[in-house]
Write a protein that binds this ligand. Structure first.
Ligand code: FES
Ligand code: FES
Length: 182
């Protein structure tokens, strides 16, 4: 079979020009050279080794690959890495501190919100976007926020309870914080 490419001068036929992007991931600034077609999910998993972001379908259906981009829940298999240029990405690895689990992680443990755990990172990030915007959600709000995330194990009931547990914990933590002086 014969393959014909456009004449691109010095660039070798078939070469894909790389793009330099700068972004922040879990609070750390990074620079990467990426192909324009690279998915954000692949940059996160293969490029950065952050394998907590799972790939369940690659077709925008399951939500396992959900991360936060500037605080919004995004299915990272639906976004190109170049679109993260200049933005802030948070993965499940960015939730806990060195000594403490995030209340969402605690909530999933307390309320048995996972079985195999494959969907869990995406569930947590989708839930974080909800709780950042709405600290006191109704059960219906939680179900709506997680409606793009599929779980084949739990039946969702305990996942919803886990998120409500985390919401209550976050509210009690912020209520016990000393008031900021003006
Ligand atoms: S892997 Fe991205 S939505 Fe399923
Ligand atoms: S816990 Fe197994 S897919 Fe959700």
């Amino acid at each position: 079979m014969t393959t014909v490419h456009d004449d691109l001068g010095d660039q070798a036929a078939g070469d894909v020009p790389m793009r330099r992007i700068r972004f922040t991931i879990n609070g750390v600034r990074k620079v990467a050279e990426v192909e324009p077609r690279l998915l954000l999910s692949h940059l996160i998993r293969q490029g950065l080794g952050l394998t907590g972001t799972h790939m369940g379908c690659d077709t925008t259906n399951c939500g396992a690959c959900t991360v936060l981009v500037d605080g919004r829940a995004i299915k990272s298999c639906t976004m190109l890495a170049v679109q993260a240029d200049g933005h802030e990405v948070t993965t499940v690895e960015g939730l806990a501190t060195a000594s403490e689990l995030h209340p969402l992680q605690e909530g999933f443990k307390q309320e048995h919100g996972l079985q195999c755990g494959f969907c869990t990172p995406g569930m947590m990030l989708a839930a974080k976007a909800l709780l950042d915007a709405n600290p006191d959600p109704a059960e219906e709000d939680v179900r709506w926020a997680l409606s793009g995330n599929l779980c084949r194990c739990t039946g969702y009931q305990n996942i919803v309870k886990s998120v409500l547990w985390a919401a209550a914990k976050l509210r009690s933590e912020s209520a016990s914080e000393p008031a900021q002086e003006a």
